[in-house]
Design a protein around this ligand. Structure first.
Ligand SMILES: [Zn+2]
Ligand SMILES: [Zn+2]
Length: 180
């Protein structure tokens, strides 16, 4: 349990000087997996029997209402969302939304931080209770998950609205719109 907590603390901290542009996690070279930014890649290796995606409870005691959805599969580098095949990306978002609905009904929110603030190489979507007060006018109304944009340089946060989803893009730190 202690290891688990350390992993999640690493995910959730934002040392602004750090980024994931140098990710070298390679399961075929165990020594590379010891790097802190590879913790979630190691974790993914423990969930290979769970299908394409798996769920982790954010075990950071300061974020008791947060969850993460992650792909089981590992790819080299920082696992950029825009490098994922389109169909897989849609499934990734769908899995996160399904969990959000299960936990928070129609008040769910999902967030993907930009690579400049990510401290973990393995792709992960944050799932939580959307903070209504975080709403702003910088959104695109999108009707289908398949049409979610995939900015290469920014994060995304998404919440449900009448007729579809608000997709807010442009910020690096996206997960702060979710209740800790
Ligand atoms: Zn990985
Ligand atoms: Zn909105």
């Amino acid at each position: 349990m202690k290891v688990f907590r350390i992993i999640l603390l690493a995910v959730c901290a934002f040392p602004l000087a750090a980024d994931v542009s140098q990710c070298a996690c390679d399961p075929a070279k165990p020594e590379t997996m010891k790097a802190r930014e590879c913790s979630l890649c190691v974790e993914a290796g423990r969930h290979t029997a769970e299908g394409k995606f798996f769920v982790l409870k954010d075990n950071n005691p300061r974020k008791p209402n947060r969850w993460l959805v992650l792909p089981v599969g590992h790819t080299p580098g920082p696992h950029h969302m825009h490098e994922m095949p389109k169909a897989e990306r849609a499934e990734f978002w769908q899995s996160a939304i399904r969990l959000g609905k299960e936990k928070f009904g129609e008040e769910w929110g999902v967030a993907y931080n930009g690579w400049k603030v990510r401290t973990q190489c393995h792709a992960h979507i944050h799932v939580g209770h959307f903070i209504q007060a975080a709403e702003n006018s910088n959104f695109k109304l999108v009707r289908r998950v398949e049409e979610f944009p995939t900015p290469e340089d920014a994060g995304l946060w998404i919440h449900p609205v009448e007729g579809g989803f608000h997709v807010h893009a442009g910020e690096q730190i996206a997960e702060t719109v979710l209740v800790r």
